[in-house]
Design a protein around this ligand. Structure first.
Ligand SMILES: [Zn+2]
Length: 301
């Protein structure tokens, strides 16, 4: 019953969805479900949105997110790039963190999205309106951003539709104020999940910060299968990169025991990848994907 109703919600317009919400008196009806219900559906507690002091990741790249949802600022003299904005609750986290670092949210010129799940971009449209920034997103994620619900297997729902100002293709560079952010399409977790590579300089050295990682492709699902060609292209593109520091979307485990050092700007950063760690991550992930793919092929009718 839920699945059928959910499927119908996905293809209806916002106006019809609003109508369903207005008419629903049954608290168990899908139309009566609000963002909080969908939040619980993906199993992520809002304890992930607690305030946390910001810190410099490297060079002009800063962590401005909460205790367990990432938001990254790339600060340049010609304006800033903000990657992910987090949950509604993080509206009271991200901007104050940017101000704490000595920057102005009004100078945000470009906003980028890891993927269209509420916990990473619920406040994106609000922040776009406030700052006037351009939201740039991979083509495959545009339907989710415009509609307010995720077209991936999690089917999260309820974010404010986002006005996208620039459509990105895999491999595109976003250039601003001497900084470059490269986007690589890593589909699976959602249709248009993106991984970003930010080049920055510190003390005469160049560092590459990656936000994201290997694709999480869906296999053997009639609706959400990720095209193998797209996944293998993603792995190939990721192998061309050589990041020094990796940040994921929910970094609490990554930061555990390291926050004091991060706030104190200890170098080398405790977030530095070990030699070979990036390729090992890709190898393990691709091997696992190819194994799943072979299984599906073997059991196909
Ligand atoms: Zn997600």
């Amino acid at each position: 019953m839920f699945k059928v109703l959910l499927a119908s919600i996905i293809i209806t317009s916002t106006a019809i969805t609003d109508n369903v919400l207005a008419q629903s008196s049954d608290p168990l009806a899908i139309g009566g479900k609000d963002t909080a219900w969908f939040m619980s559906r993906v199993g992520r507690s809002d304890l992930d949105s607690e305030p946390q002091e910001p810190f410099k990741i490297a060079g002009n790249v800063y962590y401005v997110g909460s205790n367990n949802i990432t938001s990254i600022l790339v600060a340049t003299p010609e304006g800033h790039v903000l990657l992910d904005t987090g949950t509604q609750k993080m509206g009271a986290v991200v901007f104050p963190n940017i101000v704490t670092l000595g920057f102005s949210p009004a100078d945000i010129k470009v906003m980028l999205i890891s993927h269209a799940h509420y916990d990473h971009m619920e406040t994106m449209e609000t922040m776009r309106r406030i700052t006037g920034a351009t939201v740039a997103a991979l083509e495959a994620e545009i339907p989710s951003l415009l509609s307010g619900h995720d077209h991936g297997i999690n089917e999260t729902w309820g974010h404010e539709p986002i006005q996208v100002g620039r459509i990105l293709q895999s491999g595109d560079n976003i250039n601003i104020g001497g900084s470059t952010v490269k986007v690589i399409w890593t589909p699976g977790h959602t249709p248009g999940t993106a991984t970003y590579f930010i080049n920055t300089q510190e003390d005469g050295k160049t560092y590459q910060v990656v936000f994201g990682g290997p694709p999480s492709p869906v296999t053997n699902h009639p609706t959400y299968d990720t095209r193998p060609e797209d996944v293998l292209n993603a792995f190939a593109a990721l192998r061309e990169m050589d990041p020094d520091i990796r940040i994921n979307g929910h970094p609490q485990n990554l930061f555990e025991g390291k926050l004091e050092a991060l706030w104190a700007n200890v170098r080398p950063s405790p977030l530095m990848l070990a030699p070979g760690e990036w390729l090992e991550l890709l190898d393990n992930s691709e091997t696992e994907y190819r194994r799943r793919l072979a299984e599906v092929t073997a059991t196909a009718p």
